[in-house]
Design a protein around this ligand. Structure first.
Ligand code: URA
Length: 444
């Protein structure tokens, strides 16, 4: 393989053969292709795209650059492209396990405005997300579900290539994103994969067309690799649920997992005194995604799967899986309930009106200022920090009524700036906004 000739061909819009892509990825992973040539390859792909066959070859080569897990019996996982207030993995993974699936779920830490799934779980004192693959297998075998941090053995080629893409302006390319996401999910071994592709101001994909293209490519790629797959494209212009911030989101997930009956529902209260501990967007989307995992993997009808999921939220079966998973990871939910909550500040409406917009990105910036995210790998996170919304799009408020509550332990000096950001993110208008659907597309 002469790498320069492959780069010449890709730069001119030509197609590479699967064996050429495999050889390139293998050589890069071994250290035989330097970063500057791989960066040129990534840029050529960004500019010229890849055929379905090339994308499949890239995915396959990255998947097989490390260990590939297998699971006995039915298994499924859900992947979200990430959004503000997206705590759905904390609900969906144990919910699907409670319906009889093995749910091996390797997740990431967040870089950017808010924490990732692993950060959220690490806000539970003692929760060890860094399991060996053997311990990961043991936890899944014992309680049906484990949410753990990505390990070095899974798709090491992606780890190396993603770090390079991150600093060379080559992240936004659908074939590269598909290769990156799918190589990890396929190596994780679940038989069914369900994708939640977010679209809007708080998402990686800003337009519906881009989000649909990514969703289609993920489903096609997973099916080409022999898995069952489906995707929803969902709105991410407003935050999901009422909480944005690591421990706050765990509280909200606990409230949803217990049908609103958790002692942890407290911080998910509607600050205006209404019962909003289980925001319907979180419940409905969790049920839709988990039901697709169950329906695809068990060959059940979607209505039957939805009914089973709703029943397992209401009867405590999903919560029992979550609590067992936390225990097996060393986490302590009693200590979580008793954790320091930091200082809080209520942001009140300065006028009456309808909530026309709650800008996801603006709210995330406020949570970030308070310490809920990290600017670079290794930065510390304040788990207590974040924003609890008291209103959602379409609500009517009177002047002085709470719009949101801010919380912080470490960065109290940032409360005024966070308040300004929250005010800017919440638009009040004289007329109610037209309703907007949460689920934009469903693909299989
Ligand atoms: N998430 C990933 O895992 N990879 C990408 O390339 C983009 C988002």
């Amino acid at each position: 393989m002469i790498v320069k000739l492959l780069l010449d061909r890709k730069r001119e819009g030509g197609e590479l053969a699967p064996e050429e892509i495999r050889a390139l990825v293998e050589a890069y992973t071994r250290g035989d292709v330097p970063d500057y040539q791989m960066a040129a390859f990534a840029m050529a792909v960004c500019c010229r795209g890849m055929s379905a066959a090339e994308t499949h070859a890239l995915t396959d080569a990255m998947q097989h650059s490390g260990e590939c897990l297998t699971w006995p019996g039915p298994s499924a996982d859900k992947h979200s492209t990430g959004g503000i207030g997206d705590k759905l993995s904390l609900v969906i993974q144990p919910l699907a396990a409670s319906c009889g699936l093995s749910v091996p779920s390797l997740a990431g830490r967040g870089l950017g405005l808010t924490g990732g799934t692993v950060d959220k779980l690490e806000s539970i004192p003692g929760y060890n997300a860094c399991l060996s693959l053997d311990d990961f297998r043991r936890v899944v075998a014992a309680c049906g579900v484990s949410i753990a941090a990505q390990t070095a053995e899974i798709a090491p080629a992606d780890k190396k290539l993603y770090a390079l893409r991150d600093v060379t302006g080559t992240v936004p390319s659908i074939p590269l994103i598909v290769g990156s996401i799918l190589s990890k999910k396929l190596a994780e071994g679940a038989d069914t994969l369900v994708f939640d592709v977010k679209c809007g101001s708080g998402a990686f994909m800003k337009t519906r067309a881009d989000a649909c293209a990514l969703a289609r490519a993920l489903v096609d790629g997973a099916q080409a690799a022999g898995r069952k797959a489906a995707a929803l494209v969902t709105a991410m212009d407003e935050p999901l649920g009422r909480t944005i911030g690591n421990a706050l989101e765990v509280e909200e997930a606990l409230a949803v997992l217990t049908g609103g009956n958790s002692r942890e529902g407290r911080a998910c209260r509607d600050l205006n005194g209404q019962d909003a501990r289980c925001p319907s967007d979180v419940v409905d989307l969790s049920v839709e995604l988990a039901a697709r995992m169950v329906a695809l993997e068990k060959g059940a009808g979607i209505d039957e799967a939805r009914a089973a999921c709703r029943a397992n939220l209401a009867n405590g079966a999903a919560y029992a899986r979550f609590a067992e998973m936390v225990k097996l990871h060393g986490g302590d939910l009693d200590a979580f309930a008793a954790r320091p909550r930091g200082e809080t500040r209520v942001v009140a409406a300065q006028r009456a009106g309808f909530v026309a917009r709650v800008d996801a990105e603006g709210i995330a910036k406020a949570a970030f200022e308070l310490g809920a995210g990290r600017a670079k790998a290794g930065d510390a996170i304040d788990f207590a920090a974040g924003v609890t919304l008291a209103v959602a799009r379409g609500d009517h408020v009177t002047a002085g009524q709470p719009l949101a509550e801010l919380a912080a332990c470490d960065r109290l000096e940032k409360l005024p700036e966070a308040e300004r950001l929250v005010r800017e993110a919440i638009t009040l208008a004289d007329e109610p906004p037209a309703p907007r659907p949460l689920i934009l597309e469903s693909l299989s």
